[in-house]
Design a protein around this ligand. Sequence first.
Ligand code: GLN
Length: 304
Amino acid sequence: MDYQKILNDIYNEVIQLENNGSIAEYIPELAKVDASKFGISLIDNQQNIYNVGNATENFSIQSITKVFTTALIFSEIGNDLWKRVNFEPSGNAFNSLVQLEYENGIPRNPFINAGALVIADLMLEHFEDPKTYFLDFVRTLANSKSINYNLEVVNSEKETGFRNAALVNYIKSYGNIKNNPEDVLDFYYHQCALAMSCEELAKSFQVFSNNGINPYNNERLLTSSQCKRMNALMQMCGFYDQAGEFTFKVGLPGKSGVGGGVAAVFPNNYTVAVWSPKLNKKGNSVYGLETLERLTTITEASIF
Ligand code: GLN
C-alpha cells in the first residue's frame, strides 16, 4: 500500500473542501490557533512514518489524552476501574451533566469529561506526583522526550472551566471523587493541555495497534485483552455523540479532542493522526473526520 501517495491525495482533496466548522472558542487560548493548520501522520506496523502538511507541529491534544490516562489506570488497577466508571456509549455531549444524576455519579465511560475527571482522581490516588508520572508515561509511548504541558492552555481552562468544576463537585457528592476537586481539576487541565504533533500522536497510539506492547521499547503496557478493551472503548465512545457516525463512516477505533486532533488505530495495520482545528457541533474536527473516512474508503480496509 503506497500510504504516502494516499495521504498526499487525501490532503490535496480535503484542503479544498469548504469547512463550516469553528475553532474551540470556549477555551480562549485555543481560539488563538491558526485555523488553516492541517496535518496527517500515518505509521504502519513496521513503524514507517508517512507525513503530510503540518504533521510535526505541536497542538493541544486535549481529550485525546483521556485514552492515555485510561490506559495507564487500567494497566495499574485492572478491572477495578469499572467500579468507578462504566463502559457504555453516552449518546450525549462530551461535557454533559445530565446522566450523572440518573446513574448515581458513575460516568458512562472514561472519555466524556465526567469519566475523565474520575480517572484524574484515580491518577491522584495512585501516584505521588501524577503530573510528572503522566508526562513520562506519554513521552515513553511517543518515544519523544520533548513533549510538554502548555501552561497557557492550563490557565485558560482554569479560568473558564465552570462546567468541569460543576462535574467534579457533582460526582464528589456521590462519593466517586476521593480527592479535593481543585486538585483533580488541576491534574485534568494539565492532562488536556499536553502539546503534541500528529507524528508523536500516531507513535503514541502504536501500543494499541500492537496488542498492548509499546514497539519503541518492546515493553508490555496492557494485556492483549486489555488492549482489545481500550480499542472497544475508543470505538464506542471516542467521538461522544458522534461515535456512531464515526463507526459508520470510518470503521476504526479512535479519539478526538477540541484542539482539532483525531487519532485512530487499525489494529495490526497502522495508527493515524490528523490535526485541523475547525470543529463540528459535536466538538470533532471536520477535516479530521473527512480525512479518515477517505482513508478507509480508498484503502478499502477497516476493522469491519
Ligand atoms: N479540556 C477540554 C474540556 O474539558 C477537553 C474537551 C475535549 O477535548 N473534548 O472541555
